[in-house]
Design a protein around this ligand. Structure first.
Ligand code: CU
Length: 397
């Protein structure tokens, strides 16, 4: 092979490694991809109230083919179903706990009455195994928000207890400035799967013990580490009470170090893709439901950042990399101005790996679905390999 041809080939293959094939641009591919975004949960209309039913149960989530993790999932899906309402709607969420662990739901970014805020021992008692809790609030303010469990949050959130909560506004200033037809919601998370497994098992053991003590009338405040006041707690320690963080943790020694990074519950190559057409605007709602800071970079475009924590920014600004901190939501508008297939990924490259191997993690692609087939033609080397299009998946250490 001539040197020049070889160099072209190797460049092509490297570029292809992260990309998608023309065959994925078909209508069926677009429909299959649509399944990778959380579908809105249908409310029951009760007078002027929109009533949603959420339950929590243990669920096996396949992050990539051949690799499943145990999760705590709302309605058997990670992320949980999307709750999509209009600003000012009266919302009721009936939450049923089908697991053997405690949970609550916190409405992140929402102006709910304080007793609906879902923080155990601060605004409500935890929702215990088999119990139900009814959350009621007005949908306020507008924008991209999310919900998540607030019990054992470090474990429960990375175990999958999160979902998007979108509050639409009739007179949306963002839609006015950047008319769009299609939008996508991306929920980012990070998972230390060893921590998940060990901590989930150890939590279930602790729960069994608690249930036994409760049934036999041997439950007491110290055993549950529950006190009425801080003074009561401080006094108990003075009197010899040893809080769980001193003696009874029975959890992994260290804080979790995530080794899997997901978008909508999937890692590359199973991550969702953002489909776009030339001259089209798409809105992308980014939600960080995980513990890691993500530096999201889009190739080949400058997008508009239009909302921050759900609120429209006073002046949309253009950029191609943004910082998505834990708990943050950001909305961007991508203009279809540069046809092709472009990656959108964390520039902290530790997070575009699966168990340490690149490519993986939260890598995904912006795909022009009207891309002419001619432009995805392969070079000789690829043809010799028997490839018909850009490969669907290229995983290479
Ligand atoms: Cu929980």
């Amino acid at each position: 092979m001539k040197r020049r041809e070889f160099m072209q080939t190797s460049t092509m293959l490297t570029a292809a490694a992260a990309l998608l094939p023309a065959s994925l641009l078909s209508t069926t591919a677009v429909a299959a991809n649509a399944q990778k975004f959380p579908a809105p949960l249908k409310p029951i209309i009760d007078g002027d109230v929109k009533e949603f039913h959420l339950f929590i149960d243990v669920h096996q989530q396949e992050i990539v083919p051949g690799f499943k993790i145990h999760t705590l999932a709302f309605n058997n899906q990670v992320p949980g179903p999307e709750i999509r309402v209009k600003r000012g709607d009266k919302v009721r969420v009936i939450f049923k706990n089908k697991t053997e662990l405690n949970h609550t739901i916190h409405w992140h970014g929402m102006h709910v009455p304080w007793r609906m805020d879902g923080v155990p021992y601060v605004t409500q008692m935890p929702v215990m195994p088999g119990q139900e809790f009814v959350y009621e609030f007005l949908a306020e303010p507008q924008g991209t928000h999310f919900y998540h469990c607030h019990w054992g949050t470090l474990l429960h959130m990375q175990a999958g207890m999160y979902g998007s909560l979108i509050v639409e506004e009739d007179d949306d200033p963002i839609r006015k400035q950047f008319p769009y037809e299609r939008e996508y919601t991306l929920l980012y998370s990070a998972h230390d799967v060893n921590f998940l497994r060990e901590e989930m098992n150890s939590m279930l053991e602790r729960m069994k013990e608690r249930m036994y003590l409760m049934k036999n009338g041997r439950f007491n405040k110290e055993r549950f580490a529950v006190f009425n006041t801080k003074d009561e707690f401080v006094q108990a320690v003075k009197d010899g009470y040893q809080p769980p963080y001193l003696v009874n943790r029975r959890a992994p020694d260290e804080l979790p170090v995530p080794n899997w990074f997901t978008v909508n519950g999937k890692s590359y190559p199973m991550t969702p893709n953002l489909f776009i057409k030339e001259k089209e605007n798409i809105r992308v709602r980014l939600i960080n439901a995980g513990t890691e800071e993500h530096y999201l970079h889009l190739h080949g475009h400058d997008f508009w950042q239009v909302a921050d924590d759900g609120l429209p920014v006073p002046q949309p600004w253009q950029r191609n990399t943004l910082r998505l901190s834990p708990g943050k939501t950001l909305d961007i508008i991508i203009e279809g101005k540069n046809r092709g297939i472009w990656t959108f990924h964390d520039h902290d490259t530790r997070r575009v790996t699966n168990n340490g191997l690149y490519p993986g993690g939260n890598l995904l692609a912006l795909v022009y679905e009207d891309l002419p087939a001619k432009e995805t033609e392969l070079n000789m080397m690829a043809k010799k390999m028997g490839l018909k299009n850009l490969p669907i998946v290229a995983l290479d250490e």
